[in-house]
Design a protein around this ligand. Structure first.
Ligand SMILES: Cc1cc2nc3c(=O)[nH]c(=O)nc-3n(C[C@H](O)[C@H](O)[C@H](O)COP(=O)(O)OP(=O)(O)OC[C@H]3O[C@@H](n4cnc5c(N)ncnc54)[C@H](O)[C@@H]3O)c2cc1C
Length: 71
């Protein structure tokens, strides 16, 4: 992971807060430091990367993103 670097064009456009170097910092609803932008999977899960957590967090991010558009 230490060899990985954030994708620069994305970083320039969306200067999102990170944790442990590369991973995007998200709250319990999987929302990043930029309101309306959600993240899931290895990109936002530096400590326990797995298919199961990526899938679970992806579902959460989708649901919370949808809810944010309804209220
Ligand atoms: C060798 C190895 C073995 C593993 N074994 C297991 C296992 O047995 N069980 C388990 O649960 N987990 C395992 N994992 C971890 C698991 O693969 C990951 O945690 C999971 O795939 C994360 O899913 P993701 O969707 O976050 O990322 P990924 O599956 O990596 O998907 C990200 C996708 O984004 C694409 N992408 C990247 N940059 C860009 C860009 N700029 N533009 C467009 N597309 C882009 C990539 O090509 C990729 O297709 C393993 C990982 C590795 C490396």
């Amino acid at each position: 992971m230490a060899l990985l670097k954030p994708f620069k064009p994305l970083d320039d456009k969306f200067p999102l807060e990170r944790q442990l170097g590369i991973a995007l910092k998200v709250d319990e609803r999987r929302e990043t430091s930029m309101p309306g932008i959600y993240a899931a999977g290895d990109l936002a899960n530096p400590l326990m990367p797995s298919v199961t957590t990526a899938s679970s967090h992806g579902a959460m991010a989708g649901i919370f993103a949808q809810q944010s558009m309804l209220v």
